[in-house]
Ligand binder design. Structure first.
Ligand code: PGA
Length: 249
């Protein structure tokens, strides 16, 4: 079966609840489609607002992070169990901004992803190299290691469910998009690694996204590459022209 494409917006720390409601009101009819799975990953405080505003559409809501514990003395944190009860089906894990500013390690990304799956959430697991790593020829090694740790202890069924987002750090928020060839070769290597670990049918089922300065102008060529199953979209998901990213075909 063909993999269904996914276009996930990552709002990051943008839009207050009232702004979120009006923005969703502006775009929802235009991004409501069966052709791709559309997910809006919004700040925690906007989850309920977004769910209400999206009622009656096929658009999903996602969170941008979660803690690995179900509950406990972790002031300021939100658990997967909480997201699950709110019926939030997706959660971004290990975004490079979390890795950089909040020092999230590969191991933490793995533990959070396992916990997300345990709560029936789909983790969107982010991996990607820095410009320094790319320039020194280490892209494939870096991504391989991140993916290997991220998928540790996962079953074949788990890996079929997860979504991997290849996000080269040098492309995030910079306006410097990876070329379709650069993005494809890393996404292909990711799929190959999954195949080595769990076999071809698992590798053929796992969705692998590209993220990093996706725009209405480059979405089509990127998302139509054989190993790229859509995108994780930051800045462009906060504009009404996000519609054109969703309808990239
Ligand atoms: P960008 O962000 O599209 O603004 O580069 C992508 C991301 O951080 O997921």
């Amino acid at each position: 079966m063909a993999r269904k494409k996914v276009v996930a917006g990552n709002w990051k720390m943008n839009l207050t609840p009232s702004k979120a409601e009006s923005f969703i009101g502006e775009i929802k009819d235009k991004i409501n489609t069966d052709a791709v799975e559309v997910v809006l990953c919004v700040p925690y405080v906007n989850l309920a607002t977004a769910q209400n505003a999206l009622k009656g559409t096929k658009i999903h809501v996602g969170a941008q992070n979660m803690h690995y514990a179900d509950e406990g003395a972790y002031t300021g944190e939100i658990s997967g169990k909480m997201l699950a009860e709110m019926k939030v089906p997706y959660v971004i894990i290990g975004h490079s901004e979390r890795r950089e500013y909040f020092k999230e390690s590969d191991t933490e990304v793995n533990i959070k992803s396992l916990k997300a799956l345990k709560n029936n959430l789909i983790p969107i697991i982010c991996i990607g190299e820095t410009s320094k790593q790319r320039n020194s020829g280490r892209t494939f090694d870096v991504v391989r290691k991140q993916l290997s740790v991220a998928l540790d202890d996962m079953t074949a069924d788990d890996v079929k469910k997860v979504i991997i987002a290849y996000e080269p750090i040098w492309a995030i928020g910079t306006g410097v998009t990876a070329t379709k060839e650069q993005a494809e070769e890393v996404c292909a290597a990711i799929r190959k690694q999954i195949e080595e670990k769990l076999g071809k049918s698992v590798a053929d089922s796992t969705r692998i996204l590209y993220g990093g300065s996706v725009t209405p102008d480059n979405a089509k060529e990127l998302f139509n590459m054989p190993n790229i199953d859509g995108g994780l979209v930051g800045g462009a998901s906060l504009k009404t022209s996000f519609e054109q990213v969703v309808r990239f075909e």
